[in-house]
Design a protein around this ligand. Structure first.
Ligand code: AMP
Length: 402
C-alpha cells in the first residue's frame, strides 16, 4: 500500500514539526495573556450548524464540506471553521455576559490542494462574545497582529473594513446589485446566480472579485451606528499603535459578519494564499443559530500559511543529546537529572556504541552533545564551537549562559 497521506493532507513530522510546536506553545501563552480561556469543541458537528452559521450560499457550505451520515442516520460535518461551534457551545453552556475563548486544531474543507490551501488545515483562533463595542474589535485585532509579529513574521499587513449591518445593508445591496447587473457579461455563472441571493459574495469570489475594483464601497453606505463603530475601531487601533490599511473590498466569505471585517496579509506570500488569517464581528450569528442575541468578534489564523510565511523552518526538538560512555542505565539517570533541570534531552537506551550514539545525535540535529563519563559526574559538553567539562548539576547553568 502507499504510505502517502490522503490528497490535500499532510504528515507533520520532524524537523518541521518543532516550529509548529513552538507556534502552538506561543499561542497558548499569548491567548492566555489576553484573558482567553481554552475552549475545545467537537471536530464534527451537526451539518445544520454550519448551514445556518456559515451560510448556505457560501462556497464553504455548498462545495467544500466533508458531510456524511453517521451510523445513527444523522448528518454530520467535519468542521470547516471554528466560530459556529464556539458560539453553539457558549449558548449551550447557559453562560451570560462576556466570554473569551481560544482554540486550536484541525479544520476541513474540500479544496483544490496547493501550497497553503489544504483539505485538512490547522487554525488557532479566538472568539470574544458578549461585548458589542469597538474596543473589543481593536483588542482582538491587536492580539492576532502581535502574535504573528512575536512569531517572527515581519512582512505583515492588517487590512480592515466595515461591512455594515442589517440596517444599512439593504441600501448597499441595492447599489451593488445595480452595479453587478451592469457587469453580468464579465461574471461567472456562479456569481450571476449570487447577485440576487447574496451580492456581497460576488466581491469575495476568487474568480470575479479581482475584476470588480470599481464596485460600490460598503463604507459609503454605513448607517450612523456602523459609522460610529467603525470610527471607534480605527481610533482604538491607533491608540494601540496597530498600523492598518482600509480595504473596501474586504467582505469575507461568511454570512454572519456584521460591521468590522479584517485580514492579516502576509505580503511576502503569493497573493492567492497570502491571507494568514482573518476575522470580524458577527453580531447576527447567535440568533441565526436560534439562540439569544449575542454580539461577538474573533479571528482564525492558518498555521499552514504562517509556516510558509516563516519559510517552513526546520528546527530541532532537543537542547542536547546525551552520549553515555558508561552504559544506558547510568546515562538514563543522568538524563533524568538534566530533564528535571528543565533541559530537553534524548539518549540511546539500547547500549549502542559511542560512535553510533554520536551518529544519532547528528541525525536528530541536536545542537549540543553531552558526553557522560560517569566518574565524578563530569560531562563533556560539545558544540561546533565549544568544548567544556561541566559537572552534571551545572549543565543547565551552562545552557542558560551559552
Ligand atoms: P477563513 O475561515 O476562510 O477566513 O480562514 C482563516 C484562515 O485559515 C485563512 O486566512 C488561512 O490562513 C487559513 N485557511 C483557510 N482555509 C485554508 C485551507 N484550505 N488551507 C490552509 N489554510 C487555510
Amino acid at each position: 500500500m502507499s504510505f502517502q497521506p490522503p490528497k490535500g493532507t499532510d504528515d507533520l513530522i520532524m524537523p518541521r514539526s518543532q516550529a509548529w510546536r513552538d507556534a502552538l506553545g506561543l499561542w497558548e501563552e499569548w491567548s492566555a495573556r489576553y484573558g482567553y480561556s481554552l475552549i475545545q469543541t467537537p471536530t464534527f458537528e451537526a451539518t445544520d450548524l454550519f448551514e445556518r452559521g456559515v451560510g448556505d450560499t457560501s462556497e464553504v457550505v455548498t462545495k467544500q464540506m466533508y458531510t456524511f451520515e453517521d451510523n445513527g442516520g444523522r448528518s454530520v460535518t467535519l468542521r470547516p471553521e471554528g466560530t459556529a461551534g464556539v458560539v453553539r457551545a457558549y449558548l449551550d453552556s447557559g453562560m451570560q455576559g462576556a466570554f473569551k475563548g481560544a482554540y486550536s486544531g484541525p479544520f476541513f474543507r474540500y479544496e483544490r490542494p496547493q501550497a497553503g490551501r489544504r483539505r485538512q488545515f490547522y487554525q488557532v483562533g479566538i472568539e470574544y462574545l458578549g461585548v458589542p463595542g469597538p474596543l473589543a474589535d481593536a483588542e482582538v485585532i491587536e492580539c492576532g497582529k502581535s502574535y504573528l509579529t512575536e512569531l517572527g513574521i515581519t512582512e505583515l499587513e492588517v487590512r480592515i473594513n466595515s461591512v455594515g449591518d442589517g440596517c444599512c445593508r439593504p441600501a448597499y445591496y441595492k447599489a451593488l446589485r445595480g452595479f453587478l447587473n451592469q457587469r453580468k457579461a464579465d461574471l461567472t455563472s456562479d456569481s450571476v446566480r449570487l447577485i440576487e441571493v447574496n451580492p456581497l459574495r460576488v466581491l469575495d469570489s476568487k474568480a470575479d472579485g479581482p475584476k470588480l475594483d470599481d464596485a460600490p464601497k460598503t463604507t459609503d453606505y454605513l448607517c450612523d451606528n456602523c459609522e460610529v463603530h467603525y470610527s471607534g475601531v480605527k481610533q482604538a487601533l491607533g491608540d494601540l499603535d496597530v498600523a492598518y490599511s482600509e480595504d473596501p473590498k474586504l467582505v469575507r466569505g461568511l454570512d454572519y459578519y456584521t460591521q468590522t471585517a479584517f485580514e492579516y496579509v502576509g505580503t511576502g506570500l503569493d497573493t492567492a494564499q497570502n491571507a494568514l488569517g482573518g476575522g470580524g464581528r458577527y453580531d447576527g450569528l447567535a440568533e441565526v443559530l436560534g439562540g439569544r442575541s449575542t454580539p461577538g468578534v474573533g479571528f482564525a489564523l492558518g498555521l499552514d500559511r504562517i509556516m510558509l510565511a516563516l519559510g517552513d523552518p526546520e528546527k530541532t526538538h532537543l537542547d542536547a543529546y546525551l552520549v553515555s560512555e558508561v552504559g544506558p542505565e547510568q546515562g538514563l539517570q543522568a538524563a533524568n537529572q538534566l530533564r528535571k533541570d528543565g533541559l530537553r534531552i534524548d539518549l540511546d537506551l539500547e547500549g549502542r556504541s559511542v560512535k553510533a550514539q554520536f551518529r544519532t545525535a547528528r541525525r536528530l540535529g541536536a545542537p549540543v552533545v553531552l558526553v557522560f563519563r560517569g566518574d565524578g559526574y563530569l560531562v563533556d559538553v560539545q558544540t561546533d564551537e565549544e568544548r567544556a567539562e561541566v559537572p552534571l548539576q551545572e549543565v543547565s547553568v551552562w545552557f542558560s549562559k551559552s
